[in-house]
Design a protein around this ligand. Structure first.
Ligand code: AMP
Length: 177
């Protein structure tokens, strides 16, 4: 799903960093967006208005930039915030999901008691690239007995076709490249 809003301020505040963290990758740096009050609030509001208050019980943020967007989204919904973290970072019992990266694998974890059965969960991250991270997040939510109500991203790198991994899920992105 796409939404029609004035997102020029948001778009103008994203900085491309060529060859970071490795040659050939254009890194979408959202730190100027976060530092700009209008851009930050517009990005958060655009996600919030795409889902209704009362439709989301928990907002998941994916380490680390996802946390920064997800937390104010959760606050606006009156929902809880749940962090999905890289392996070994969470202090209590966890469940984990390992997924393929371009080179090697990555593991995400969530606390075993983070969700109530039937919780309606919105997953939030800064960038949808190949979709592996987002799909792993969906799996963690569902293995916890909760329901993925949707996913929201500030940026979607359409040429990497991450949306193909999110078939059947309701997802939105504010900006597409
Ligand atoms: P993927 O699993 O390939 O969809 O990658 C998504 C994760 O990697 C997100 O958590 C993003 O923060 C990060 N990521 C991937 N590609 C980029 C990029 N070009 N710029 C910034 N972050 C990226």
């Amino acid at each position: 799903m796409r939404i029609e809003l004035d997102l020029q301020t948001v778009q103008g505040s994203i900085r491309d960093i060529p060859d970071f963290p490795k040659p050939g990758v254009v890194f979408k740096d959202i730190t100027p967006l976060l530092a700009d009050p209008a851009a930050f609030s517009t990005a958060v509001d655009a996600i919030v208005v795409s889902y209704g208050r009362g439709t989301i019980d928990k907002v998941v943020g994916i380490e680390a930039r996802g946390f920064i967007i997800a937390a104010p989204v959760a606050y606006h919904f009156g929902a809880g915030f749940v962090p999905l973290r890289k392996v070994g970072k969470l202090p209590y019992d966890t469940i984990s999901e390992t997924y393929e990266l371009e080179y090697g694998t990555e593991t995400l974890e969530v606390h075993a008691d983070a969700f109530e059965a039937g919780d309606r969960v919105l997953i939030v991250d800064d960038v949808l690239a190949t979709g592996g991270t987002a799909k792993a997040a969906c799996n963690l939510v569902e293995h916890s007995g909760a329901t993925v109500a949707g996913l929201a991203f500030v940026i979607e790198l359409e040429f990497l076709k991450g949306s193909a991994k999110l078939d059947g899920y309701d997802y939105m992105s504010l900006l597409q490249y």
